[in-house]
Each structure stands twice: as C-alpha cells, then as structure tokens.
Design a protein. Structure first.
Length: 277
C-alpha cells in the first residue's frame, strides 16, 4: 500500500466495529449530536445527547472567545464528560456537526476524541443495537488547557491574506463563496481564498472518502501539507469537517476559523472578494 492510500491519523475516525467492541468500556463517552427528536426516536446504547448545532461564537476577540470556551467545557461537564474520557461523536452520517465536536475537543486539548464513520445511519443500517432508553449522567468537572494552534480568529485570517505560507480554505457552497448567496451583511469571501465545498469529502453513503481520494481532492485544489491551512464556512461547522479530513491525512498545521463568515461578513471594513461564478 502506498503512503497516500492510508490515513495518517486513522484513529480519529472509528468504524462501527471499533465502537461496538468498546460500548461497555466505562471510560467511553458516546455523544450523539443529532437533533433531540432524532435522538428520542432511537440511538446507540449508552449515548448521551448534546445537540451542538448553533452553539456558536461569532466574535473571536479574546474576551468572548474565552467565555465561549468555558461555556463549552461546562456543557460537556454537565453531561458527565471529563477530560480523561474516550470521547466519540456520532451524527446522522459522518457530518459537519460531529466533526465540529471533534475539532472543539482538540482545541480544548483533548487527545482521545473520535468520530463514528457513517454515523447513526450507518449503525442502524448494519442492524446494530438501537435503544430509546436514556443514559442519566452525573455532572463532573471538565478541566482543559486550550490548544490555540487549533483555532483561527479574524485577526489570524487578516494576517494570512497575501502570504505565501497560508491557504484560506472556504468550504461553503460556490454561491456563498461568490457572494450570490449572502447570509451575512456582506457577501463574498476572504481575498485569495481557495474554494472547495465540504460535501466533496463524503461518499454517497455518508462516510469519509478514502485517503487517496481525499488527498487527490485537496492537492488538486492546491491545498498541500507544506502550508498552514485555515478553514472557514459560515459558522465553523463545514470548516470543521475540512479540519477533520485534513487531520486524517496528516496535515500538520490546520486551523478552524471559529467565527467564520458569520463574523467576517458582519464586521464592517473587512477585506472581501467576490469571485466570478
């Protein structure tokens, strides 16, 4: 097998078999990030519900960022998740919300966090155990030391414009990238950004594409491991999926722009490009 045919960090992505073998592990914390109504209809035994979608931060100045970080740690602790646990995020598929969970835990300095490849849909389709029983968790303390190298602020993105060593990767739809689909006060993208929509990371079955396909996809767009990569979208979810894909491939310097276009496009005076469609 060639090096390009395998993930460099394969343990970030757990298979159904891997999770099944660990379901009774007392240190396992399986976090289901789907909407509450989907969780109530059925979930993997032992899963704890935490719908993190829309738990956002659109101001990456230091004070609001620090407050947001502490809030995340508090919400995890209330669900009985501690820093020493093995954490697995489960979405409907290998989607952006589960990827956002993994990215944020890595930002909090956690070293043992994973995403279930194929998500609940793949688990259920394989005929594996499903329950409606709830897991009652006792609150704990989630201590952390944030790894600032995992996160980009608007100042980081500003400093990266027109530099040779950094690529700003826009993972939104093409219409959002060009500004035709405007979801903030200003439409468009960061000047010089590379566009690659996040859905291209996935197979038709909702699993992550094999390493060779992902590597060819990114390198074909000029996104290479010798560069620092800052990924953005609207609120930091789709860009977290790019973060996961690039981490799987072993890219050494990848950051997620937490505020993304919800911050950039609503701040007056920020440089904006509107590429031709």
């Amino acid at each position: 097998m060639n090096d390009g045919d395998a993930y460099r960090n394969p343990d970030l992505l757990w298979s159904r078999d891997t999770l099944l073998a660990r379901l009774d592990d007392p240190s396992l914390r399986l976090i289901d990030v789907r909407p509450g109504e989907r969780f109530a209809m059925g979930h993997i035994p032992g899963a704890r519900h935490f719908d993190i979608y829309a738990v956002n931060c659109d101001d990456t100045d230091d004070a609001p960022l620090q407050s947001f970080t502490r809030m995340w740690a508090f919400l995890l602790a209330r669900r009985g998740v501690s820093f020493d646990d093995t954490i697995v995020f489960c979405g409907e598929i290998t989607g952006m919300t589960a990827a956002r969970g993994l990215w944020f835990l890595e930002y909090l300095g956690h070293k043992n966090v994973h995403v279930l490849d194929g998500g609940f849909a793949g688990w259920e389709a394989a005929g594996l155990p499903v329950t409606r029983d709830a897991t009652v968790a006792s609150a704990v303390v989630f201590s952390f030391k944030a790894d600032r190298d995992r996160l980009a602020t608007y100042q980081d993105v500003l400093a990266a414009i027109d530099t040779d060593d950094t690529i700003v990767l826009d993972t939104r739809s093409r219409a959002e990238w060009t500004g035709e689909d405007r979801r903030s006060a200003h439409g468009g993208t960061v000047p010089g950004s590379v566009h690659l929509e996040w859905v291209n990371h996935l197979t038709e079955q909702g699993t992550m594409k094999p390493a060779a396909e992902l590597r060819a996809l990114f390198e074909g767009h000029g996104v290479t491991p010798d560069k620092r990569i800052i990924a953005l979208c609207q609120t930091g979810y789709r860009s977290a999926h790019a973060y996961l894909a690039l981490r799987l491939l072993g890219y050494p310097d990848v950051q997620n722009y937490l505020g993304s276009w919800n911050e950039w496009g609503n701040r007056d005076g920020m440089p904006i490009a509107r590429p031709e469609g």
